[in-house]
Structures are given as structure tokens and as C-alpha cells.
Write a protein that binds this ligand. Structure first.
Ligand SMILES: *[C@@H]1O[C@H](CO)[C@@H](O)[C@H](O)[C@H]1NC(C)=O
Length: 453
């Protein structure tokens, strides 16, 4: 009986891992961050996520999908090369953004001819660059210069894309391309932008942006991505939380299993104006920009790690998220604890999984937070019930492998590799994991991190 239960347990875990998605975003602007903040396709761990979305491509004046950065197509090769290591990994190209402040979707969706041109170009481009699908990241239909009719035109685009993807799969005998969308979390925006039932029936999965609920544009501190409303919320702010946003998507007809909860690897910052420094404290703008993301208003998780080494950390019990404050700076962010509360919540609601904004704002090398590489996303993986990743060292063969044996009998933790300072060992339950520092960096045991030589 005990054996049968074990087998059932294993089957349940396997089932969960195959039906649950952990979709991770990367951005092509993270390559311009200085020093240890620089992130490219080479920093991707092929076994971390089920899907990776490359942000961002655009739409040119011929209504064709087109790259933005000079090296996007080189990064596509490196990104999709990770599928050699993990053939189960899926990649999608995200299209969106603005040109001169205007979404390129507005012109493209306006006629059947221009939509057809886009769809044809997208299929050809995705196939050429070995992507598994397309992600629509229009912020938002019927907003920011887009007329109200774009709500309906967005639905038409989604339907026509899926039809064309079906035809392409038949013609090419390849696996059908996936279609997802990154969509609003704010209730008024959802109402104006989407025919929820119609688009949900067509899309493979839906990335709800359940973050940016509060930020420095408000006159008092509030959390970026709270699970529930807080007692200081009044008026429409009572809906600025995950619980309200996802409930609204479901009420409008989105199947829970297609909804992915947006989880943040960043926090939003404020400049306090009085000695009050709790939730709802008066503020007038953002704290200083982070040294790596260099944009006032938010800090990556690894920048938050540097801040909390001298700041005071607090937990907001009613919202299940942390904030930290020091001097006049205040940041509401996510950590392992809040992510685990969110995983419990999304599991309870039978959502399809999570999408992470972004890989490049987690401590992707393990330089800053003393939690190994990708501390947030690795913890998400574990709490979501995915099986352990394959070890990065080969299995011991008949001849004793000193690297694979390194952790035998050692406590869990990080260790220097005396034979190669550009790598280091992570010991976990007696198993040895060999990690590599980012190019140019070496491992320092004094900080248990990679840093300049
Ligand atoms: C979560 O949302 C549901 C549905 O809108 C609501 O009934 C419930 O009270 C909310 N929970 C909390 C703790 O706010």
C-alpha cells in the first residue's frame, strides 16, 4: 500500500508538471545594463522554465513583424539553441511596444488586408528563427490612441492568427505554433480592451499583468503586486490586487486553466516625504534609480537584495508581500515568501501556472542575493511542484569523477572550485551542481558570489 501511494504521488507530481506552465519573460534591453546586470540569451538556464518569451519585436510600416535590436537575430539563435539541451522547452516571440508613442497594432489591425500581411510575415519569421509561438503584447486595445473598435479588431486578429497557425501546421506537418497574449490586470482596462470570452477560447495561454498595481505616480506608498486589498485602500484602489484582477478575468469567461498569474522579480520604489514609512505613507515620486536598471521607479530583485542588506524589511500580512525602507527610500517587492503565497493561491484557484516578469531582474547569476542563480524562479519551480532539474555535471562513471563527488558529505551551500575560479560548486542534499560566473567575473568565497577579479 505504501508503495502504491508513492507511485501515485510520483504520477501526481508528473501530471502537475506537464499541465502547469512556468512562462518566463526575457527582454532585449537587459543586454545594455552595466556589469553584472547585463543579460543576454546566453544567461538562460534551459531547464528553469517551461516557456521563454523573448520581448520585444515590433511591426513595421508594411505591417510585417520586425526585430528592434541590432543583435536580436543573433540572440534568437542562442535562445533557441537552448532547446538542444532541453527539447521540451518552448519559446515565443513577443510583439508590442510603441513607435513614437503609438502602438503599431493600431494600423495593423485596421483592415483585413493589413492583418493578413502581418499574420503571413509572423508565421514565416517564427518558422525561420525556430520559435514555437507568438505572444501579443498590445498595451492596450481601445487605449492610448486606439479607438474603441479595436476591442473587436483584436478578437479578429486572434481568430485569424489561430486559423492561419492551423493551416500552417497542416501544410508544414510541424507542431502548430502557440499563441499567447500579455494582458491588463486593471479592471477598467480589461473591460475596455478585451472580448474576454472570445479571445480566451482561442489563445493557448493568457499572461495577466498582475503587477504595477501601485507605484510612485501615487501620493502614498502601496505595493507593486499584492495578493489582496489592504485596509488603507479606498475607492477603486480596493481592486488593485491579484485576487480582484484574476476574479474579474474568470467572471468575464476566461477559463482558469488558461490564465497565468503574473509574478514580479522587481519592486516599485517611492520617496517618502515625512517620517511615516509604513504602507500608505506620504510620498512624492520614486527613490533613486538602481545602479543596474538605471530607471527611477523600480528596482530589480538583485538591486533590492543590495538595499535590504542595510534597510529594514517588513511583511504586510493582509497582502502577503514584503516592503523595505531606509532613510526616505521605500520599496514594495516580492521575495521567496510572497512568491510561495502566490503559488499556493494560484494552485487553489486552478490557474494554468505563472508567468515571470522577468528572468533578467532575478539574481540570474547569484551575484547579489546569496541564494544561488535565479533564486526567485528556482524557488517558484520548486513550490509549483516541478521535478528537480537535471544536474549540470555528468553522472559519475566507473572512474571516480572528483567534480561530481565534491559535495559528498558536505553541508548545503556554495563552495569555491579551486581548479577553476570562473566556476563554483553548489551543494544540495549531497548532490554537486557546477555553476559558471558571468563572463569576466570570478567566484569569491568571502561573499559567496561572483564578482570582478
Ligand atoms: C478575493 O476575491 C473574491 C472574489 O472577488 C472575494 O469574494 C474575496 O473576499 C477576496 N478575498 C480577499 C481576502 O480580499
Amino acid at each position: 500500500m505504501a508503495k502504491l501511494l508513492t507511485v501515485l504521488g510520483v504520477l501526481l507530481v508528473l501530471h502537475m508538471a506537464t499541465s502547469t506552465k512556468l512562462v518566463c519573460h526575457m527582454t532585449n534591453w537587459a543586454q545594455y545594463r552595466p556589469g553584472a546586470g547585463k543579460f543576454t540569451s546566453d544567461n538562460i538556464d534551459p531547464f528553469l522554465c517551461t516557456h521563454i518569451i523573448y520581448n520585444l519585436a515590433t511591426i513595421n510600416s508594411f505591417n510585417q513583424i520586425s526585430p528592434i535590436e541590432w543583435n536580436d537575430e543573433q540572440q534568437f539563435v542562442r535562445l533557441n539553441g537552448h532547446k538542444n539541451a532541453n527539447p521540451a522547452l518552448k519559446t515565443l516571440l513577443s510583439v508590442g511596444g510603441t513607435l513614437n508613442g503609438i502602438s503599431p497594432f493600431i494600423t495593423m489591425v485596421s483592415t483585413a488586408t493589413s492583418r493578413a500581411a502581418f499574420i503571413k510575415s509572423a508565421i514565416s519569421y517564427l518558422r525561420t528563427h525556430n520559435f514555437d509561438g507568438l505572444n501579443l503584447a498590445w498595451e492596450y486595445p481601445a487605449h492610448n490612441g486606439s479607438p474603441g473598435t479595436d476591442k473587436m479588431r483584436f478578437t479578429m486578429l486572434v481568430k485569424e492568427l489561430v486559423k492561419a497557425f492551423e493551416d500552417d501546421a497542416k501544410d508544414t506537418r510541424k507542431t502548430q505554433l502557440l499563441l499567447s497574449a500579455t494582458v491588463a490586470g486593471f479592471i477598467p482596462t480589461i473591460n475596455a480592451a478585451y472580448e474576454v470570452r472570445d479571445i480566451s477560447a482561442q489563445l493557448d495561454f493568457i499572461n495577466v499583468m498582475t503587477y504595477d498595481f501601485h507605484g510612485h505616480w501615487e501620493a502614498a506608498t502601496g505595493h507593486n503586486s499584492p495578493l489582496y486589498r489592504s485596509s488603507v485602500d479606498t475607492g477603486s484602489h480596493v481592486h488593485h490586487n491579484i485576487n480582484s484582477s484574476i476574479a474579474h478575468w474568470i467572471a468575464l469567461g476566461a477559463p482558469a486553466e488558461k490564465l497565468l498569474l503574473g509574478v514580479a522579480t522587481y519592486g516599485r520604489t517611492y520617496r517618502l516625504t515625512t517620517s511615516a514609512n509604513g504602507l500608505g505613507a506620504p510620498s512624492n515620486g520614486p527613490a533613486d534609480a538602481g545602479p543596474y536598471t538605471r530607471t527611477a521607479g523600480f528596482w530589480s530583485y538583485y538591486e533590492v537584495c543590495e538595499f535590504i542588506s542595510f534597510a529594514t524589511e517588513h511583511w504586510i500580512p493582509e497582502q502577503e508581500v514584503p516592503y523595505s525602507t531606509a532613510g526616505s527610500s521605500w520599496v514594495g517587492y516580492d521575495n521567496l515568501h510572497s512568491h510561495s503565497a502566490k503559488v499556493e493561491w494560484l494552485t487553489d484557484k486552478n490557474l494554468g501556472g505563472a508567468h515571470v516578469w522577468t528572468l533578467d531582474m532575478d539574481d540570474f547569476v547569484g551575484t547579489f542575493c546569496a541564494g544561488g542563480a535565479y533564486p526567485l524562479v528556482n524557488a517558484l519551480r520548486r513550490t509549483m511542484g516541478f521535478p528537480p532539474k537535471p544536474t549540470t555535471t555528468p553522472a559519475p562513471t566507473t572512474t571516480r569523477d572528483p567534480v561530481a563527488e565534491f559535495c559528498r558529505g558536505r553541508p548545503d551551500g556554495l563552495y569555491a572550485n579551486e581548479a577553476d575560479k570562473t566556476t563554483y560548486f553548489q551543494c544540495f542534499q549531497g548532490n554537486t551542481y557546477l555553476h559558471r560566473c558571468q563572463p569576466g567575473l570570478i567566484y569569491w568565497d568571502s561573499c559567496k558570489c561572483c564578482n570582478w577579479p
